[in-house]
Ligand binder design. Structure first.
Ligand code: NDP
Ligand code: 2IT
Length: 449
């Protein structure tokens, strides 16, 4: 074979040279490569066929202008993207993010991570991600609809039920999926399962809304179970107050734990008495219907509001980062360990910086990286695709039982590849290698493509 096997440093230098300035993308690939390159050291087939280099180069990226008119009649211009990272094991699959911070680096990291995450679910889904720098905050429903329709007018050329199936992510929930599905249906004159996270009336799956947050807690439950421990009685610090955070809090309550914080980009609330189901119902209305700020919770329930702060300095048994990437710094990770945190399960994608991951790994706490812990959302998206292609719909219980099972299978796969000789499970290594193998073996079958 012509190719020399690169060292990790050579590999990362090459990556940085090909993707200059894309810090989030480089970070995500670095974390995976640090586990995968040693794993393939004695497996010439993966090295000779340059599998890692090929997974870290997206199959295709589409970038397009999105022009729309606001309520005052002004012409607005945003940028739209779809990164199709790999369809080695199934159609491209992954969410759409609408947030002003969206750029190519962030979407490339998310599409790369999604490839491994989707492989871990055991379902036939490749990895992709897309979105726009459009900010839905403060926009009227009409403006959001105008934007979504314009966005889909271009995106529709690149997606399809067996090509690429987008879903929600930050800033994209039921409302945005509805507008985009409506436009796809209108443009193509078809009714197809081309998006997931759809409304129940038009092909959505029960339990998809809850799936990511619940799944993150199921994974936590499995990690604790492996240590003969449980969630009951534990205090839990959660960041974010969107789809993932709210349902993570709900499952913690169901299992007898006590969520004590939630946050948004303005700050965090600390409720020492714990967030119970009644308060959570109020929060669902605040966040999903009224689109309000978390600060209001403090006024209504008499909790503390810490403006401009994140919750990682609060004493807790468990931490669930459920907001965004790189929200846990090295110092935050150290504070969590110092304050007695024994388990971290990541609902958000890549919420911990590399130096923070090292802190968790060195401390040997139970640490579930996002590509394993938050796979429940896309797993139920995969189940939504199955229901759509069979023209059927399953009950909430049927979907939830399958989700519970999938999370345990992911836990088992991480255990297979991440168990150390002292009995500790390195879930980062387990998830990286466990996600890699299926994609890599499929790529070997295809030859040089
Ligand atoms: P939402 O838009 O519903 O909620 C996002 C939450 O995170 C909000 O509370 C938001 O606060 C906060 N947030 C977003 N960006 C920032 C930021 N830069 N700084 C501080 N806070 C921020 O999104 P989701 O709950 O769906 O997504 C949350 C995370 O989970 C993301 O990392 C996403 O990729 C990941 N994820 C989502 C899945 C899904 O199915 N939805 C599946 C798997 C992972 P504010 O309102 O102030 O912006
Ligand atoms: O990051 C993710 O896994 C998601 N945003 C969900 C993707 C999906 O296709 O359901």
């Amino acid at each position: 074979m012509a190719n020399e096997v690169p060292s990790l440093d050579q590999f990362l230098d090459g990556l940085a040279a090909r993707n200059p300035g894309e810090i989030e993308f480089q970070q995500a690939v670095c974390e995976v490569a640090a586990d995968v390159l040693p794993f393939i050291q004695d497996k010439p087939k993966y090295q000779e066929w340059q599998i890692m280099r090929r997974i870290a180069e997206p199959d295709r990226i589409v970038i397009f202008r999105v022009t729309w008119r606001d309520d005052k009649g002004n012409i607005r211009v945003n940028r739209g993207y779809r990164v199709q990272n790999s369809n080695a094991i199934g159609p491209y699959k992954g969410g759409l993010r609408f947030h002003p911070s969206v750029n190519l680096s962030i979407l490339k990291f998310l599409a790369f991570e999604q490839t491994f995450k989707n492989s871990l679910t055991g379902l036939a889904m490749g990895g992709g991600k897309g979105g726009s720098d459009f900010n839905p905050k403060g926009k009227s429903d009409n403006e959001v609809m105008q934007f979504c329709q314009s966005f889909m007018t271009e995106l529709c050329r690149h997606i399809g039920p067996s090509i690429d199936v987008p879903a929600g992510d930050i800033g994209v929930g039921a409302r945005e999926i509805g507008y985009m599905f409506g436009q796809y249906k209108r443009l193509t004159n078809t009714f197809q399962g081309v998006l997931t996270g759809k409304g129940i009336e038009y092909g959505g799956s029960l339990a998809r809304g809850e799936a990511t947050g619940y799944g993150t807690v199921y994974f936590l439950e499995d990690m604790l179970k492996a240590k003969k421990d449980e969630i009951k009685g534990k205090s839990v610090v959660i960041s974010g107050s969107g789809n993932v955070a709210i349902y993570a809090a709900e499952k913690i309550i169901h299992l007898g734990g006590k969520p004590i914080t939630l946050s948004d980009s303005g700050g965090f609330i600390h409720d020492k008495d714990g967030i119970d189901q009644e308060k959570l119902e109020w929060l669902k209305d605040l966040k999903f219907t009224r689109r309000g700020r978390i600060e209001e919770y403090a006024e209504v329930f008499g909790a503390h509001y810490h403006k401009g702060k994140s919750p990682w300095q609060v004493e807790c048994d468990i931490a669930l980062p459920c907001a965004t990437q790189n929200e846990i710094s090295e110092a935050d990770a150290q504070a969590l360990i110092k304050n007695g945190c024994k388990a971290v399960s990541e609902g958000a994608n890549m919420p911990t910086v590399l130096a923070g991951i090292k802190v968790f790994r060195d401390a040997k706490i139970l640490y579930a990286p996002s590509k394993a812990a938050n796979a429940g959302g896309v797993a139920v998206s995969g189940l939504e695709m199955r229901q759509n292609s069979a023209l059927t719909s399953w009950t909430q219980d049927e979907v939830n039982v399958l989700l519970r099972d999938i999370m345990t299978n992911i836990h088992d796969r991480c255990t297979d590849y991440g168990s150390d000789s002292d009995g500790h499970i390195d879930y980062v290594r387990g998830a990286n290698i466990g996600g890699f193998v299926k994609v890599a073996d499929a790529m070997l079958a295809f030859g040089v493509v």
